[in-house]
Design a protein around this ligand. Structure first.
Ligand code: SAM
Length: 306
């Protein structure tokens, strides 16, 4: 069950842990000094873990660029929202957080896709303007993400943003998530980095009061960010976790052991030495009858009372 107390990331990241927070958070240590997240994605986990300091990382530089931008502008959220509005108005994008500008005729004709139909011309112009500048302005990138297909960030080989328009817009959920993010990061010491997880982990110092949460790409599932994940990465990660464990550092690792007939044997044999908690996955929708073919786990090396 998702309660109002679970914060949602304003990046609406595909495969995020938002819906699983209620299940996994009670399995995290009750007190955390520094929280490390080498695969932070949209950030829905750190937003729901209370700690003194946060070191957050993801190899996706564009994603981290948006996070850093949001953190830096958190104290000036009025300025941020007025700049967002300027873009929305100049490109005539729909803005259901504020007003309904979509003509009824379009709504009747395209009952299920009128947001995409209405926003496509403005979105394409904005995308073109964004791609002309090599500095990849994070504010425009964020607007493209919000109006883009599946709310993703995707670039072609030439470095051009290439997602088509989505059937979504800037609505009250986006405003709520942004305000929640701003309020949170204003109060916390949050540092974002963009490195490969190995480099990120090697450059940090840890104490026994710290906690590392790992949510890497899963070896046996499919998604845009799984493309470069392979057995070598998996083995490196598990070896690093073993070394951290030997030093008494607490960790939790989310992963999938079975998915549509595929099994992750490397993980299954590795996790025997730790605590494995079964998690009811949201990876596949409730109505999908293949749901029973997925086994999601949270692997930890501590007692909850720690
Ligand atoms: C399952 S997602 C994390 C989702 C996140 N827990 C959330 O709630 O949004 C895995 C992330 O790992 C990142 N990633 C992939 N390979 C990586 C690497 N070698 N080093 C660091 N991050 C990597 C991807 O960009 C992706 O954002």
């Amino acid at each position: 069950m998702i309660t109002n107390t679970v914060k949602r990331s304003p990046l609406f990241y595909v495969g995020d842990k938002y819906k699983l927070i209620a299940q996994i958070k009670p399995l995290f240590p009750s007190r955390v000094n520094t929280f490390f997240e080498p695969f932070v994605g949209g950030g829905s986990v750190f937003l729901n873990v209370d700690a003194e300091n946060y070191y957050l990382n993801d190899v996706d530089e564009n994603l981290i660029k948006i996070h850093k931008y949001l953190v830096n502008i958190a104290e000036n959220s009025d300025y941020f929202f007025s700049n967002i509005e300027k873009i929305i108005n100049s490109y005539n994008l729909s803005r259901s957080y504020k007003e309904d500008v979509i003509p009824d005729i379009l709504k009747k004709k395209w009952k299920k896709t009128y947001f995409a139909r209405f926003n496509k011309p403005g979105y394409m112009k904005l995308r073109e303007a964004f791609n002309k500048h090599c500095d990849k302005d994070p504010l425009t990138m964020y607007v493209l993400l919000i109006y883009g297909f599946n709310r993703m960030l995707r670039f072609n080989g030439k470095g051009e943003f290439n997602l088509p328009v989505g059937n979504v817009d800037f609505n009250n959920n986006v405003i709520k998530a942004l305000n929640g993010y701003f309020d949170y990061v204003k109060k916390k010491k949050v540092i974002f980095e963009s490195r490969d997880f190995r480099k990120f982990l090697y450059t940090k110092e840890y104490s026994e009061k710290d906690f590392i949460y790992f949510d890497p790409p899963y070896l046996i599932t499919f998604s845009e960010y799984n493309k470069f994940w392979n057995e070598k990465n998996e083995m490196d990660l598990l070896n690093i976790i073993d070394r951290l464990n030997k030093r008494g550092i607490k960790f939790a690792l989310s992963n999938v052991t079975e998915y549509k007939g595929r099994t992750n044997e490397i993980l299954i044999s590795w996790m025997k030495k730790y605590n494995a908690h079964q998690v009811s996955s949201n990876y596949i929708s409730y109505y999908d009858n293949t749901k029973k073919n997925i086994k999601e786990v949270l692997i930890t090396n501590y007692d909850r009372k720690d």
